[in-house]
Design a protein around this ligand. Structure first.
Ligand SMILES: NC(=O)c1ccc[n+]([C@@H]2O[C@H](COP(=O)([O-])OP(=O)(O)OC[C@H]3O[C@@H](n4cnc5c(N)ncnc54)[C@H](OP(=O)(O)O)[C@@H]3O)[C@@H](O)[C@H]2O)c1
Length: 293
């Protein structure tokens, strides 16, 4: 089985390279090798020429704040390219795996969001990701869309890496405490993707949209404190430990893009459909801190 992996250099993409390897021949594609999602028409031609049985799209425009000033580019990469991929997948009869985000929701309430809850993105990024989901759903039924949250991992930039760096430089940190969600590790996302793909080959009626996040919940402040505690427990020399992290409200940390306060994702549907166990978010954070070193 030929699997085209787009975005293979990203946080999730780099983990998928190893997680998908046992399933077939993985063609790892990234921007550097000419697979550019900002040019959807050329992308579709390349995909059809390669003729994979599975397309896994881990590429995305993920610069949430920058998207506010580059809405056209964000829309092209996050909505028009997935639309082109869905059309190509339809022609090839291929499966299309795609990732989306908790930022499709408006963050109201405090109940975990279910897949069929009304969306209401607060940002250009969230709007573009929602448009990508909808483009795939309307074009090609053989899809798996995984909405995830607060991604971190051993490769690439992420919040944990930033906190560890800043804690080495400063005596205290102020971190938002009223946005709540589940930090989810890229290795977990990759592993679940591989397991789900195996099941989909046998049970294609499981195609659809699912929420994928680690179990439990915390705030960004809680995540920062936990990551620093793990790092200190491993002997890292930090100027700022967990006790030096000050909780602040979102209103004290203005950013170009608005973010949802409630980013909780209800994962019942995924766990029941695929029989998948989702570990507590602390497990993934420990692994990421250990990998970052
Ligand atoms: N990060 C999060 O917290 C988070 C949360 C929820 C959902 N998600 C979703 O999860 C998925 C994976 O995210 P991630 O954290 O792994 O993202 P990431 O680390 O930012 O990786 C995204 C990859 O997409 C590539 N890319 C960007 N624009 C491209 C273009 N025009 N053409 C080709 N490649 C392009 C990037 O390549 P370059 O390195 O060349 O820029 C990068 O390798 C995405 O769909 C994202 O929306 C992420």
């Amino acid at each position: 089985m030929k699997i085209l992996l787009l975005g293979s250099a990203g946080q999730v993409g780099s983990q998928l390279r190893t997680a998908l390897a046992p399933l077939g021949e993985v063609v790892a594609a990234d921007r550097a090798s000419g697979w550019d999602l900002s040019d959807p028409a050329t992308l579709a031609v390349r995909v059809e020429a390669l003729a994979p049985a599975v397309i896994v799209n881990a590429a995305a425009y993920t610069a949430v704040d920058r998207a506010e000033s580059e809405p056209a580019l964000a829309h092209r990469v996050n909505a028009e390219a997935p639309a082109a991929l869905a059309t190509a997948a339809g022609r090839l009869g291929a499966w299309l795996v795609h990732y989306s985000t908790d930022y499709v929701f408006d963050g109201s309430g405090n109940r975990p969001w279910r897949e069929d809850d009304p969306t209401g993105p607060l940002s250009v990024y969230g709007q573009s990701k929602l448009a990508g989901e909808q483009a795939i759903q309307s074009r090609h039924p053989r899809h798996l869309i995984l909405r995830t949250s607060w991604v971190h991992g051993p490769q690439g930039g992420n919040f944990i890496r930033t906190m560890l760096r800043l804690a080495g430089e400063r005596d205290s940190l102020s971190v938002v405490d009223d946005q709540v969600g589940a930090p989810t590790s890229a290795p977990l996302i990759a592993e679940v993707t591989a397991q789900a793909l195996v099941r989909l080959q046998q049970t294609p009626e499981l195609a659809g949209l699912y929420h994928l996040a680690a179990a439990g919940e915390t705030s960004w402040c809680g995540l920062a404190r936990h990551a620093l505690a793990v790092a200190r427990g491993r002997g890292a020399s930090l100027r700022c430990g967990p006790e030096g992290v000050r909780a602040i409200p979102t209103t004290d940390y203005p950013t170009p893009a608005r973010r949802p306060l409630n980013s909780r994702l209800d994962t019942h549907k995924l766990r029941e459909a695929f029989g998948i166990h989702l570990p507590p978010w602390q497990d993934g954070v420990r692994e990421t801190v250990e990998a970052i070193g």
